[in-house]
Design a protein around this ligand. Structure first.
Ligand SMILES: Cc1cc2nc3c(=O)[nH]c(=O)nc-3n(C[C@H](O)[C@H](O)[C@H](O)COP(=O)(O)OP(=O)(O)OC[C@H]3O[C@@H](n4cnc5c(N)ncnc54)[C@H](O)[C@@H]3O)c2cc1C
Length: 292
């Protein structure tokens, strides 16, 4: 690994100053699980690494009074913190379940919520669940703050909407709608600590006479970025939640994704599995309705 200077700012203002001073030669580090690997492989060669660890206020999980009762999850919260938080388990169990699916406890105790999102790896577990919950990323810079829906955060393969000089400071995660069921399924044919071959998150809200009032479906590992399957959702909204209608909705998914061939499966196999796991995720989400 090349030599670099390690900075530990004690405030966001100090971190913004460092980013502005060193520009392209600087990289933010949170848990380091993604960045250090990239540096070892020489995919990233920053001369300056700016750690967020000493900046106070970035690792809390709390109710965000100013955002319609959403939870504010600090960017520096580890995956482990999200998985074990009683507030998350009570308010948004889908997120606790999803973060529990990431890699191993060792990784989950290092990797952070913000680092995971900015890393932009399309195979990561959390983005599909954050997308179906309509979560947003809070992004700050020396000139202010902006809020970007997680659905719009991913631009391309390992590329996000974050601009030079910006730091992701928290994630706003709303509760699932009243009466909704949720599920996150990770298809793992290899080892239990691997990235998914295909992953699917669903939030479905049944209405009177078992008609689908609303459904949100997002997938990971099936394209260069996480995919919201809006056209498949449209096939189920307003229809009875029968096996046939769920099957028809899931069958539309393969045409909405562009998987890459890799050692976890061919693109064709992943397309097929995307449909299978979407059907299962909708069914599992429905079974969870009323169970908290
Ligand atoms: C062996 C292994 C297995 C894994 N398996 C899985 C898995 O199955 N599923 C899964 O979802 N994840 C998995 N991960 C974790 C995932 O791939 C990332 O490594 C992790 O989420 C990155 O988080 P981090 O806090 O360590 O980020 P870092 O490595 O510190 O940073 C990652 C990137 O984000 C930038 N960055 C970090 N924080 C911020 C911020 N707040 N604002 C702006 N930029 C920022 C950095 O500059 C860097 O570009 C695995 C990781 C490893 C090492």
């Amino acid at each position: 690994m090349m030599e670099f200077q390690f900075h530990q700012p004690a405030s966001l203002a100090e971190a913004f100053d460092l980013l502005n001073t060193y520009g392209d030669d600087a990289r933010i580090m949170a848990g380091g699980t993604g960045l250090v690997l990239q540096m070892k492989q020489r995919l990233a060669q920053p001369g300056h690494v700016i750690s967020l660890r000493r900046i106070p206020g970035l690792n809390n999980i709390e109710a965000a009074a100013d955002y319609h009762g959403a939870m504010r999850i600090g960017a520096l919260c580890t995956h482990w913190q999200v998985e074990t938080s009683s507030l998350v388990q009570r308010q948004t169990p889908l997120l606790a379940q999803t973060y529990r699916h990431v890699a191993t406890p060792r990784i989950r105790q290092m990797a952070t919520v913000g680092g995971g999102l900015v890393h932009g790896d399309p195979n990561q577990d959390p983005p599909p669940s954050l997308i179906v919950l309509d979560a947003s990323a809070v992004i700050a810079s020396a000139s202010g703050q902006r809020i970007v829906p997680v659905e719009k955060l991913f631009v391309d393969y390992f590329e996000t909407d974050l601009q030079p000089g910006e730091i992701l400071t928290s994630v706003l995660a709303p509760r699932a709608p009243e009466g909704a069921g949720t599920a996150y399924l990770k298809f793992l044919p290899r080892t239990a600590d691997d990235y998914p071959t295909v992953s699917v998150a669903v939030v479905v809200t049944p209405g009177p006479r078992n008609v689908c009032r609303d459904v949100r479906i997002a997938l990971g590992a099936v394209d260069v970025k996480p995919v919201r399957a809006a056209q498949a959702e449209d096939l189920l909204k307003g229809k009875p939640l029968t096996k046939a209608n769920i099957q028809a909705c899931a069958a539309a998914v393969p045409d909405l994704v562009e998987p890459l061939d890799d050692y976890r499966g061919s693109a064709d196999y992943k397309r097929e599995m995307a449909a299978v796991f979407t059907r299962r995720a909708i069914t599992q989400a429905l079974a969870s309705v009323g169970k908290g």
